[in-house]
Design a protein around this ligand. Structure first.
Ligand code: 5AD
Ligand code: SF4
Length: 441
């Protein structure tokens, strides 16, 4: 039938992937289906991220590129949502620069997106709704999930930490926790529907439940892990300052919780950590790592690291590099500090030039790549339990991850999709593994 309506959503970062699934859910409830390409789309939504300047520039470039498409197709609706729109004065700036954008909606206005879409059909004017924040948690937003057999579940929204470089607390507002009842019933339904991996999401999951009667994060994690069914459980992101012994105990005593934790260090220099307002020292961080490893010896630790924060000297950077070597991360997301207007760090003297940032990040990346290659080799000959996530058209192989987050490729048939399978690793290539299916078809 040709009267079908089509949508496309692009998202700016991993964190707003799940929010995009909610936007997709709203559009699906209005009869839209996913378009195969931009030309086919009746509505194009940009769910933007503004955590770093390059994400913002990229989004603006992509929005600008739609001008012609919009001219050729008068019925096309272009909507821009997400963190970018929440910045002070940004919605107005966007409207001025790209007057053809039809809808601009803030992260706190997602629930109203359907109404805005309906209203737009009757009006020509750009609709702008960007609220500063609200206390309400909306339950029951439809979701069109796109990462089966993995499912994302929000346990909280916002952030109270105000790391001095970070724009998130300004655009996402204060921390709000969802009730355990709502979280558990969502997880239960997902397991019944056949999802095999649940990732609990929050900017700092370790502060879940603060100032509520909901209990704390370790209690919530244990309750989810104790649900019936064949699934595994992840959670992100952890702030090292709030990682408790109680959490370590829960991780240790529940098999369904993956032996993997994302623990952003940001910097290894105490001077820089203080200026970042991170509330821990290098020694505190290493102590938590040691505790984790004492309890769960094979736990895979991943991290976020930043270079080029204002006043970062060569010595400060070397401290970061030394922590990286000392911990031996299973994965590291590396970033060059990006000056975000409105944050305290943007006003600091001693901003670092781009070249220095690039040089430092290259050193971290080179080290991490070499480390990954080395640890990959340890997998050769071993049989690992993989959750098959999909099929790689280029490699012509199925793919999935083990509980440590390591990606493996293997031959199989469609039956493996969405299932746990045993794969014997025959070859390590960089960070990825290549193996043969042993069991699971
Ligand atoms: N510049 C560079 N990286 C940043 N991050 C957050 N804010 C900035 C910024 N201004 C990084 C942090 C965080 C991750 C999600 O993004 O490392 O953990
Ligand atoms: Fe940003 Fe810090 Fe909050 Fe993470 S904990 S979202 S880095 S302010």
């Amino acid at each position: 039938m040709e009267n079908k309506k089509y949508y496309i959503i692009t998202y700016g970062c991993q964190m707003n992937l799940h929010e995009s699934e909610k936007i997709a859910g709203i559009l699906s409830s209005m009869g839209y289906v996913l378009a195969e390409n931009v030309k086919q789309a009746d509505v194009i939504v940009f769910n933007t991220c503004c955590i770093r300047e390059n994400a913002e520039q990229k989004a603006e470039g992509n929005i600008g590129a739609l001008k012609q498409l919009k001219k050729n197709n008068k019925n096309l609706i272009v909507a821009v949502g997400g963190c970018m729109t929440q910045q002070k004065g940004y919605a107005e700036k966007l409207h001025k620069e790209f007057p053809f954008v039809d809808i601009i909606f803030g992260t706190h206005n997602l629930e109203n997106f359907k109404v805005m879409m309906e209203e737009k059909a009757e009006r020509k004017k750009t609709l702008i709704e960007v609220e500063d924040g609200n206390e309400i948690i909306y339950e029951g937003t439809p979701k069109t999930r796109s990462s089966y057999p993995n499912a994302w579940v929000n346990i909280m929204y916002g952030c109270n930490n105000f790391c001095t470089y970070c724009i998130v607390p300004y655009v996402r507002g204060r921390e709000k926790s969802r009730s355990p009842k709502d979280i558990l019933s969502e997880c239960e339904s997902l397991i019944k529907e056949g999802y095999k991996e649940i990732t609990l999401l929050g900017q700092n999951v370790n502060s879940y439940g603060k100032n509520t009667e909901y209990g704390d994060f370790p209690e919530l994690l244990a309750k989810v892990a104790e649900l019936d069914g064949d699934f595994r459980l992840r959670y992100m992101t952890n702030h090292p300052k709030d990682l408790s012994d109680k959490l370590i105990d829960v991780i240790k005593s529940h098999d369904k919780i993956c032996k993997s934790i994302h623990l952003p260090i940001q910097s290894g220099s105490d001077k820089i950590l203080k200026a970042m307002n991170r509330h821990y020292t290098k020694a505190d961080y290493l102590e938590k790592v040691n505790k984790l490893r004492a309890a769960v010896p094979d736990i895979a630790i991943t991290t976020d690291v930043m270079v080029g924060f204002p006043n970062e000297t060569e010595e400060d950077f070397e401290e970061t590099f030394s922590v990286m070597k000392e911990v031996g991360y299973a994965g590291a997301f590396t970033f060059i500090y990006s000056r975000r207007s409105g944050t305290p760090a943007a006003e600091m003297e001693g901003q670092i030039d781009e070249e220095t940032g690039k040089k430092r990040i290259m050193k971290l990346i080179a080290y991490q790549n070499a480390f990954n290659r080395k640890t990959s080799k340890n997998y050769e000959g071993k049989t690992v339990r993989i959750l098959c996530e999909g099929y790689d058209d280029k490699k012509k192989k199925y793919l999935g991850r083990d509980e440590y987050g390591r990606m493996a490729y293997f031959d199989g048939t469609e039956k493996v999709l969405g299932n746990f399978v045993d794969v014997k690793i025959v070859k390590a290539g960089g960070i990825s593994l290549y193996g043969e299916l042993v069991k699971g078809e």
